[in-house]
Design a protein around this ligand. Structure first.
Ligand SMILES: [Zn+2]
Length: 123
């Protein structure tokens, strides 16, 4: 298990070479690495794997802290509901591409044998 793939994608770098960026900006992703030409999408629908990562991160980093704050009376109910619904709308949009980047790294952590060597056909 090579966790280097995940560490590279956490920093928005290609999982194979660690040089080229995966994300162009918050809303767009490159199709292949600018350095080693690794095609990021492994098959049709590959990046749907970013959805459960986005969901998990939002629950862990947004919903659970809000629930704790509300249950301890640190947040009024109206603020709690507003932050929950606002986060439920905005955070998936803001985090989706980055979560696709994380999915790419996680994929190669667990499917290391599918990482093509440089110069091989990338898909
Ligand atoms: Zn690369």
């Amino acid at each position: 298990m090579k966790t280097i793939y995940l560490r590279r994608t956490l920093l928005n770098r290609c999982p194979r070479c660690g040089k080229g960026p995966v994300l162009k900006n918050l809303f767009h992703r490159f199709e292949e690495c600018s350095e080693c030409k690794l095609v990021y999408s492994r098959e049709d629908g590959f990046f749907i794997g970013g959805i459960p990562i986005s969901y998990g991160l939002i629950c862990l980093l947004w919903i659970i802290p809000l629930l704790i704050a509300w249950s301890l009376d640190w947040l009024a109910r109206d603020w709690f509901l507003g932050l929950c619904f606002g986060g439920a709308f905005a955070l998936p949009i803001l985090s989706y591409r980055y979560c696709q980047c994380l999915w790419l790294g996680l994929y190669f952590v667990f499917a290391e044998h599918e990482m093509p060597e440089e110069g091989e056909d990338s898909v």
